[in-house]
Design a protein around this ligand. Structure first.
Ligand code: DGL
Length: 264
């Protein structure tokens, strides 16, 4: 294992920054390549087959090019659909991101948990299984809030995001039967914690927000424990989309220690 072998952090867009923030706290010296599949964004509107093919194909090519020591799929949609398949084809450790239902079940007092994810994530059997295993006997109200993905991307480009627009996206959760009893909301898309402040205002009452970023970072640190890290150059982010548009995110990436943005 080379000391400059990177950790590859993958998402459809900038949602993975929520995981990168936590990872930097635990592994400040780790070389990171951030890969955003913006040509495929949003994943939440795609079919399972399309997502599985895209994610495993891209990660295969990226692993070959950069020989990462570990891949972190910092995307709930990709993980709940394609994690098993990617693990089957790549011989490096793969850490996924799955909805934080377990910690939410430990926090709720009302027994009613809200789950905001993409449309593709909320329909996965993976989520049914987590619910059965950790939140049996509780209510888990799910809502596919795909518009929040675009709003989070816009915020990271420095655009204003209105609370009304965020509220419009959460309505479908709060207006479900028992929606008024929700005291804990799982942010089951890595883009959504980027809007936590706006979500708090949009919901307008005290709820706990739970997401998996810190737990994922701990898992990455555990799996790379004892390994030597050395950066041979600045960290970079790559996009499958338009490299010109990608530059609009320069400031958000710079805030996470990534100065070099390029096309894949
Ligand atoms: N960030 C991704 C997730 O965690 C999804 C965004 C998208 O729809 O592409 O689910």
């Amino acid at each position: 294992m080379q000391a400059n072998s990177p950790i590859l952090l993958f998402d459809s867009g900038i949602g993975g920054l929520t995981v990168l923030s936590e990872l930097r706290k635990l592994l400040p010296d780790a070389p990171v390549i951030y890969a955003a599949d913006q040509a495929g964004l949003p994943y939440g509107e795609k079919s399972e087959a399309e997502i599985a093919a895209r994610v495993s194909g891209l990660l295969g090519r990226m692993a070959e090019r950069w020989q990462p020591r570990l891949i972190c799929i910092a995307c709930n949609t990709a993980s709940t659909i394609a994690l098993g398949m990617v693990r089957d084809v790549l011989e490096i450790p793969i850490v996924g991101t799955v909805p934080a239902i377990k910690p939410a079940a430990g926090m709720t007092k009302s027994g009613v948990i809200g789950l905001l994810g993409t449309k593709a994530t909320i329909r996965q059997a993976y989520v049914d299984n987590l619910q059965q295993e950790f939140a049996g006997g509780m209510k888990l109200l799910r809502h596919g809030a795909h518009g929040l993905v675009d709003l989070a991307e816009a915020k990271m480009r420095g655009e204003d995001v209105s609370i009304d627009a965020v509220a419009e996206e959460t309505k479908g959760l709060l207006l479900q039967p028992h929606g008024d009893e929700i005291d804990t909301v799982v942010l089951a898309c890595t883009h959504f914690p980027l809007l936590e402040e706006e979500l708090g205002k949009a919901i307008g009452r005290d709820v706990n927000f739970v997401h998996g970023a810190a737990g994922i970072a701990r898992r990455v640190a555990f799996l790379t424990d004892g390994q030597v890290f050395e950066r041979s150059g600045p960290d970079r982010a790559v996009t499958t989309g338009d490299p010109g548009d990608f530059k609009q995110l320069s400031r958000a990436f710079a805030a996470h220690g990534i100065e070099q943005l390029e096309g894949f």
